[in-house]
Design a protein around this ligand. Structure first.
Ligand code: SF4
Length: 250
């Protein structure tokens, strides 16, 4: 059976609820690439190799039960169980997100979803359904005595990194979008935002080679993305996101 026929057969197996074997899929994917099969089949081959939504749901259920950090506020905030090749990594939820039950649920989220809508034409719902939302820490750290949200400490960041590492293993993402300095520095050395935003980097994260497009934090507290050179660099970064094959296939 040629690769196109095997893909078509697996589409039928999948549509009827049959089991797909990972080895079969990898084999077919290699076959398709070596035979230069019609490009429209490639996104399908990539997407069927993703874990099932049920596996992602199990991961999220374990994450929601996490009690590792004594000073973090519950509940753990998670996004939708999306088997995506794109991971967006925020910093930590604010005080509204635990109440509303989703990441980027308040003002910073409104700005973030506006950016995606303006560049990709995706609504908030589209974005939440096509990108897996992760964060450096998944619990609200609480307020500082001086006002504003407490920045998670090194121990809390290290505790929560195990969940992010698990998500990389599970989803095998092609693109990571770290949002804000704390998230960006989990993937690359600290540098001024103007040296990072507007560019795409090929990075290695815990054994995974992946494209990384850093974004500034959309919080109203930071004027960086509303002033030059931030405005132009943000536009460039979003154009890179729109052109990325993982986004075009999402
Ligand atoms: S911040 Fe992360 S590691 Fe800490 S309790 Fe919340 S989910 Fe667990």
């Amino acid at each position: 059976m040629v690769a196109e026929e095997r893909v078509a057969a697996l589409v039928m197996v999948s549509a009827t609820g049959g089991e797909l074997l990972a080895a079969d899929l990898l084999d077919i994917k290699a076959d398709c690439l070596s035979r230069n099969i019609r490009p429209h089949l490639r996104p399908f081959v990539s997407s069927v190799a993703n874990p099932s939504v049920a596996v992602v749901k199990k991961h999220l259920a374990r994450l929601q039960a996490c009690r590792l950090c004594r000073h973090m506020h519950r509940p753990v905030v998670v996004g939708l169980p999306v088997a995506s090749r794109i991971i967006l990594v925020g910093q930590a939820p604010g005080d509204k997100e635990p109440e509303l039950g989703r990441p980027f649920a308040w003002t910073a989220g409104r700005t973030l979803f506006k950016w995606f809508h303006a560049t990709l034409g995706w609504t908030e719902e589209d974005t939440r359904n096509r990108i897996y939302f992760a964060a450096v820490c998944r619990c609200f750290p609480g307020k500082k005595e001086t006002g504003g949200d407490r920045v998670p400490d090194c121990g809390e960041i290290a505790n929560c990194a195990r969940w992010l590492a698990g998500e990389f293993k599970l989803l095998q993402p092609r693109l990571v979008l770290p949002v804000g300095k704390l998230a960006i520095t989990q993937f690359m050395p600290a540098a001024p935002l103007s040296d990072l935003v507007g560019q795409s980097f090929r990075i290695e994260y815990r054994g995974h080679l992946i494209d990384c497009i850093p974004l500034p934090h959309p919080s109203g507290a930071s004027p960086w993305h509303r002033m030059e050179p931030g405005k132009t660099l943000l536009r460039q970064a979003l154009a890179l996101v729109a052109a990325h094959p993982a986004v075009r296939a999402a």
